[in-house]
Design a protein around this ligand. Structure first.
Ligand code: 4AD
Length: 456
């Protein structure tokens, strides 16, 4: 049996003997006999000839059923998505012809394993390329078999793997904070609450507070977990359940945090692009992709307000922006698209940011906070230095009208050996939407969850 791509090892010849990983069927391996298993990605029938492109997740392979094989009932009625086994000889494709990896399998035998329906029930009728978006989402389990949807999942896997690799290279350890919690991180309006054995509990909005409790034993630490937000608006970048890459760095200052973020983002991209199969997929998804220039543009919130006023981009009330305004999604995206490079937007006012953020010494109206903005998507990262003084944190709970008692374990980080520390959260789906040039985060996760959708 061999795998259809060349990216996973172990190509085994039927009979005996191992084959090398990269097989060149135009040379001494021409005519190698193999057995392949997969699903019909495409089929084209001609008189006495049936071309089948098989797919097995490792790659695609063109197979040719010729002569009597092409005249069998199974070949004549072959449908897309049917799973099958084919044995035959591997040849390079004739000059002028094209096939994946430049090779084709000349079948001498095949078996149908699981027949897929044709006619009205055929997959091509269920998932139509330009179909209505809601129907396509209902049919996402079938849509995922397509080349674009599946390549986004391959890139996603590579990106997540690259984050793990980069963090481990830097000596960070990974922990797994709980998803069921009794504290809020990013404000009460997006909490999903539920009954936890008779007590109130929530689905976590962010693992940040738990990561902070891990730094005293772990040092720099990270997690890749689900976060949940009861977002009551339907936008192209908001999900109710998303994958959150979060890290917390000990004994740092704000500038260290920004430099780390640049290194991490660029390091992950380099790691991903070093994988030839993924690089080829990215080239198709986003042919204009360019590695971001370092350092990223740094822009204080107050300068962004001035920029928005100068460029006549109004706030949500249709008025010129003023200090203290939340920069809404539309304005943020317009600014990012015009500037057209990654931006570190820093030093947001205390009032519009979360309770835990450290204030800037020079200007205590603002926080040592950062959003990373990317063209096409806007904010992909939110981070900050954390308040490390016990009394200040107690005052922050009070200011926000929060009862400090459920946060006792979080407050203790300041009581038992406090340290200057900071961290961030990166939305994996948004990072992918930017990297793969996708209009919406709904296409960069396996099964999106947002208001009104909880299936498949
Ligand atoms: O800016 P946010 O809310 O920050 C936090 O949750 C911090 N506690 C993280 C931390 O410092 N550890 O969210 C961080 C990122 C956003 O920049 C965005 O990429 C993503 O999480 N995000 C969402 N992604 C998809 N759907 C949503 N509803 C999202 N809300 C936030």
């Amino acid at each position: 049996k061999i795998n259809l791509g060349e990216t996973r090892p172990e190509i085994v010849k039927l009979g005996n003997g191992e084959r090398p990983k990269e097989v060149d069927y135009s040379s001494e391996n021409r005519g190698t006999r193999v057995r392949v298993l997969g699903r019909v990605h495409r089929e084209r029938k001609q008189k006495d000839l049936c071309f089948v492109t098989l797919r097995d997740g490792y790659g695609y392979m063109q197979c040719v059923l010729a002569g009597p094989l092409a005249r069998t009932y199974d070949a004549i009625t072959l449908t897309r998505e049917t799973s099958m086994m084919i044995t035959g000889e591997m040849w390079e494709v004739p000059p002028g012809a094209h096939a994946p990896n430049n090779r084709e399998l000349h079948a001498d035998y095949f078996e149908i394993i699981g027949k897929a329906p044709g006619g009205d029930e055929a997959i091509t009728n269920k998932v139509q390329e330009k179909g209505d978006p809601q129907t396509l989402l209902d049919m996402r389990h079938l849509l995922l078999r397509g080349e674009t949807a599946s390549s986004l999942m391959f890139v996603r896997d590579a990106v997540e793997f690259a984050f793990n690799a980069k963090y481990h290279e830097l000596g960070y350890i990974k922990v797994a904070p709980p998803a069921l919690v009794q504290t809020q991180v990013e404000g009460g309006s997006t909490l999903f609450g539920f009954n936890y054995y008779g007590e109130n509990a929530y689905l976590t909005q962010s693992s940040q507070l738990y990561l902070e409790t891990a730094i005293p034993f772990a040092g720099n630490v990270y997690c890749i977990e689900k976060s949940f937000r009861a977002e009551k608006s339907l936008t192209r970048r908001h999900l109710s359940e998303y994958t959150h890459v979060e890290a917390e760095l000990d004994f740092i200052n704000f500038d260290d945090l920004l430099v780390h973020l640049e290194d991490m983002i660029c390091g992950v991209l380099e790691h991903v692009l070093a994988n030839p199969r993924i690089a080829a997929m990215l080239q198709k998804l986003n042919p204009d992709f360019q590695m971001p220039e370092r350092p990223f543009k740094r822009m204080r919130y107050s300068d962004a307000i001035d920029w928005l006023v100068e460029n006549e981009i109004p706030n949500e009330e249709g008025e010129p922006h003023k200090f203290g305004d939340d920069i809404a999604e539309a304005a943020e995206r317009r600014m990012t698209d015009i500037i057209n490079r990654p931006i570190f937007l820093t030093h947001f006012p205390v009032e519009i940011k979360a309770f835990y953020m450290q204030k800037e010494k020079a200007d205590p109206r603002v926080t040592e906070s950062v959003d990373v903005l990317m063209p096409g998507v806007g904010e992909i990262v939110g981070g900050s230095m954390r308040m490390d003084n016990f009394d200040e944190l107690m005052a922050a709970y009070k200011r926000e009208g929060m009862d400090p008692s459920p946060y006792y374990w979080y407050t203790d980080v300041r009581k038992y050996g406090s340290s200057p520390h900071g961290g961030y959260g990166l939305g994996l789906e948004r990072f992918l939407a930017w990297l793969c040039n996708q209009h919406t985060v709904r296409d960069t996760c396996l099964y999106p969850r947002y208001m009104g959708r909880c299936k498949p």
